[in-house]
Every structure is written in structure tokens, then in C-alpha cells.
Write a protein of this length. Structure first.
Length: 506
């Protein structure tokens, strides 16, 4: 039926806009409201970041060193979205971050806190209190580093003399249930529930401890996995990682895939260039070796560029050149397209090819998210919205304007001086540090506390948008959406006006 065709109305809207030669961004448009027959809280907000990487909510955290490392990526995936670990790290460091995300739900304690066989129970309890440990299971090691036994809550409870050594109080190795390194969470659960044990030390051939599973954590994993988590087929959180182009980056790419990375993101300020094409071609071999893993490429802002990335083999396309809150690319280089027009044109260029598009940068309010999705994006990438939260790298600072966190452009002088990867993103990899031309700024953003709370607000806005349009899902939004183009007065009217706002928490 004609009226059900996706994008029919936004196509008409943009055809008119195109005739006037205008390019629009988020503040210029609002979605038209429509008849609604369902509750927005029941709407589906599932989507895709790339061909094989689904999302339970269409939010992605930016590959920036003040936004996404393992903690943010874990929080994003647990919320149903995705985090892209930045590349201003060595390949080893970045792969370690990916592993951290992948293992998060595994419940394996990778480096268990151990005690020495000749330590006294009193000293161990003291250390435990001072360090604030909230557990009582300690593998006991000999002086040569081999596991000789295990202390659990029972051993502490039945020990009346604090001078007793660990080796006397512990359950000795011969009575322990252990498993070899590499045992999976599922296998560990089966062993512990079968043997009615609470702790499973993992050991190698020379009886060194290589990890430990705890039954209560495993039980939570087996039965308490939230359906909201964005997990792969092995129940590990999904994660992405940024890479650059060139032979060394192929090595990085393989390390990341080996670590379990679900999607590589070729992260260039300008994605429409030969080295990106060559990188996409070179990565085809790795994609065969690691089936189901994707490569997203960007950034672009013109339809011809998006089409080229699609033809070169990208599994997802990232759109945005200069819309970011910390970007100065448009001022510096005089290039770029306002984000709403860029997203619409790029999405239209690859429509029907099955290649999801991510709208990267420029989102400042939750209302921007339904707009981006309505005009063809499958996800939005955010730096600004997430940089002030507890899971962004770095601590907050107290200032006379309240608590703030640093948020900097990867093209800021500071970031580029510190990191080759940041310089390379702006094609200044070999430029002497005193000749760098910045394409971003260093800033502070208000500290916003819990990232989950911030994400809830963003998703709340998205759901409200779906409700006002009368859509029950993102595909339905794309079928029903139509836009108003705002006058200057209309823009003013769209924000709080003529009042002194006293509650600035939104
Ligand atoms: P927001 O608006 O969420 O944008 O802060 C985040 C996106 O901005 C891009 N980015 C930059 N763009 N100069 C730029 O022109 C920079 O220094 C810079 N650093 C990040 C990037 O795409 C990010 O996801």
C-alpha cells in the first residue's frame, strides 16, 4: 500500500528542501505528530549497528578517549546499545579492553586475591577488612606460587585462634574441586552445581592458579541474564573497536577480532578516500577468518561517499562530518553538511542494500534521536551526551561551576599531540607536533552521574517521540514520519522561553 512505504513522506519533505538548496540539522526540524493506538513504553526500539550486530536500543558511544573504554562499553551493552573502544591506545591495550568487556558476564575472576600458606587467619581478616573485600574465598598459594588449598567463609567461621596459619585452616588441595584453564562459565556451573561447591579454582598443568569461578555469580549469569543486554551467541556483551587504515592497523584489527571484538570501525574524519577502500579490501580475509564479525566505515556526509563505502564492502556506514559538539572541522576546512540532511541523503543512497547507517555526532537532546532514526539512521553515536557520566574515562573535577568532566575532540591539539591515532584520524599522522592544525577543542561538560540514568532519559525521549508519531517500532517510525521545517520563531518556541528555568536537570 502506498501510504505504508518507508520514507515516503520524508522523501517529499527533502525533495522540497533540496529545491531551495538548503541543508538542515536537528534544531531545524521536528517530527509531525500522528494518531497513536499503543503505549510508547511497549514500542520496540531494536535496531542494528551493522549487518550482523543488532542493538536492543539504538544508542552507541563514541570512539573517543574521553568517552569509551571498557567501563562505558560494558554499560552501553548492558543497556542494550554498544560501545566503540577508542584507538588512542596500543593495539594490546585496546584488545585488553575488548577482552574485559567480553569477559564481564563470564563471572570468571581473572586475578583472584590469594593468600600465602604461612599468613595467619588474623592477618588475612585484617587485610580483608582494610581493603573492603566483600568476599571470603581466598585461594592459598605456596611460596613457589602453586595452589595448595582454599579458604572459604566456613574456614573463617570455624577458626577460633587468629594465629592459625592459612595452611592449617584451609581445605587442602586434595579435597578441592578444580578445573583446567579455559573452562567456560557453562561448564563451571555444571561442575559446581553437580558437586555442591561454591568456588571453582582454575589451574594449569603446573598447578598454578589461572582464574576462579564463584557459584553465586554463575547462577546470576545462567538465570538472571537481562533480556535487555546486548549479548552475542555465547552470552558475552557485544563490543566494537575503532581502527585506522594501513598494514599496521591490519595487525591491530586481527588482535581485536581475536579478543572477541564484534565490529571494527574504520574511524576517519574523512572516510571517502582510497586508504579506506584499500583497508576494507584488506579486511575481507579477516572477515572470512572470523565469520559474523563486521566492519563499519566512516565518516562521510554525502550520498556518493556513502554509496562508495557500501560498494567497497562496509557492513555499516557512519555519517557525520563536523556536527560534533567538540568539532571545528567545518570552521577549519570550510566543509561538511548539516547533520539531518547528511543522514537523510546518505541513508537514501544506500536504501535497500541492508547496510545500517549510524548518525554520528550532533545529538544534544533526546529529541534528536527519533529524528535521526526517522530519516534513515539505524543508530546514533554520542560523545557529548555520555562524556559527563560516571563510566566515561577520567574523574570529575570540582570547579566553581560545579562538578565537570573533561570532554575533548580527538582532533584537538591536546589529543593529537598525545596520540598518533588521533593525528592519523585527521591525516596528520606524520605532521610535526608544532605544525598540527586542530579540528577539535578541549572542553568540560557538567558531571551527569550515572550513565544508566542518562541513557534512560535518552530512551525515554525516543519512546515519547515514537508515541507522538504513532509508531510502534523504528521501521514503523520510518513509514509514518513526516517533518516540519522550523522558522527561527518556531525554533525559539521549541525550547523553554519567556521563563526563568529553575530546574535545569533536563
Ligand atoms: P558529539 O556531538 O556527540 O559528537 O560530541 C561526537 C563525534 O564527534 C566526532 N569527533 C570529532 N569531530 N573534530 C571533529 O571534527 C574532533 O576533534 C572530533 N572528535 C570527535 C566523532 O565522530 C564523534 O563520534
Amino acid at each position: 500500500m502506498k501510504k505504508d512505504k518507508a520514507f515516503a513522506k520524508v522523501d517529499r519533505f527533502f525533495a522540497e528542501i533540496e529545491r531551495s538548496g538548503l541543508a538542515l540539522t536537528y534544531g531545524d526540524v521536528r517530527l509531525k505528530t500522528g494518531y497513536s493506538d499503543s503505549d510508547p513504553k511497549d514500542a520496540s526500539i531494536t535496531s542494528f549497528f551493522s549487518r550482523n550486530v543488532p542493538l536492543n536500543c539504538p544508542l552507541v558511544s563514541a570512539a573517543m578517549d574521553t568517552v569509551t573504554e571498557a567501563s562505558m562499553a560494558i554499560a552501553m551493552a548492558m543497556f542494550g546499545g554498544l560501545g566503540i573502544i577508542h584507538k588512542a591506545l596500543t593495539a594490546e591495550q585496546q584488545a585488553a579492553q575488548v577482552r574485559q568487556v567480553k569477559r564481564y558476564l563470564n563471572c570468571m575472576v581473572e586475578t583472584p586475591i590469594c593468600v600465602k600458606e604461612d599468613e595467619t587467619m588474623g592477618d588475612i581478616l585484617d587485610r580483608s577488612l582494610k581493603s573492603g573485600f566483600d568476599f571470603h574465598s581466598f585461594p592459598v598459594l605456596s611460596n613457589s606460587g602453586k595452589i595448595v588449598g582454599l579458604l572459604t567463609r566456613n574456614n573463617f567461621e570455624f577458626c577460633t585462634d587468629p594465629k592459625t596459619t592459612a595452611s592449617r585452616a584451609m581445605t587442602p588441595f586434595k579435597d578441592l574441586v578444580t578445573a583446567p584453564s579455559g573452562t567456560s562459565a557453562k561448564e563451571a556451573y555444571a561442575i559446581l552445581s553437580g558437586q555442591h561447591k561454591k568456588v571453582l579454582p582454575l589451574i594449569n598443568e603446573t598447578r598454578e592458579l589461572t582464574g576462579m569461578f564463584v557459584y553465586s555469580d554463575l547462577k546470576r549469569l545462567m538465570f538472571g541474564l537481562s533480556s535487555q543486554y546486548n549479548v552475542d551467541t555465547d552470552s558475552h556483551l557485544r563490543v566494537g573497536a575503532a581502527i585506522d587504515v594501513g598494514p599496521e592497523e591490519l595487525v591491530r584489527a586481527e588482535m581485536l577480532l581475536e579478543a572477541g571484538c564484534d565490529v571494527l570501525v574504520i574511524d576517519k574524519a574523512h572516510g571517502d578516500m582510497r586508504p579506506v577502500k584499500e583497508m576494507l579490501t584488506s579486511l575481507k580475509g579477516l572477515k572470512q577468518k572470523y565469520p559474523g564479525r563486521d566492519v563499519v566505515a566512516g565518516n562521510v556526509s554525502e550520498p556518493e561517499s556513502a554509496l562508495r563505502l557500501a560498494k567497497w564492502g562496509a557492513d555499516g556506514i557512519k555519517v557525520g562530518q563536523g556536527p560534533g559538539s567538540i568539532c571545528t572541522t567545518r570552521d577549519i576546512a570550510g566543509v561538511g553538511c548539516p547533520q539531518v540532511t547528511a543522514v537523510y541523503n546518505c541513508a537514501k543512497a544506500v536504501r535497500g542494500m541492508g547496510i545500517p547507517l549510524c548518525a554520528d555526532g550532533g545529538v544534544t537532546k533526546s529529541g534528536d534521536i527519533p529524528v535521526a532514526l526517522a530519516i534513515g539512521a539505524s543508530s546514533v553515536m554520542m560523545g557529548f551526551v555520555l562524556a559527563g557520566t560516571d563510566k566515561a574515562p577520567g574523574k570529575f573535577k570540582e570547579t566553581n561551576r560545579g562538578r565537570v568532566k573533561v570532554y575533548r575532540g580527538m582532533g584537538s591539539l591536546e589529543a593529537m599531540k598525545e596520540s598518533y591515532a588521533a593525528r592519523a584520524r585527521y591525516r596528520q599522522g606524520d605532521t610535526p607536533k608544532d605544525k598540527l592544525v586542530a579540528e577539535g577543542v578541549v572542553s568540560t561538560v557538567p558531571y551527569r552521574g550515572s550513565v544508566t540514568k542518562v541513557l534512560e532519559t535518552q530512551v525515554g525521549g525516543l519512546r515519547a517521540g515514537l508515541g507522538y508519531v504513532g509508531a510502534n517500532s523504528i521501521p514503523e517510525l520510518q513509514k509514518k514520519a513526516d517533518l516540519h521545517w522550523l522558522s527561527a520563531a518556531g525554533q525559539t518556541e521549541s525550547h523553554p522561553h519567556d521563563v526563568d528555568v529553575t530546574d535545569k536537570t533536563q
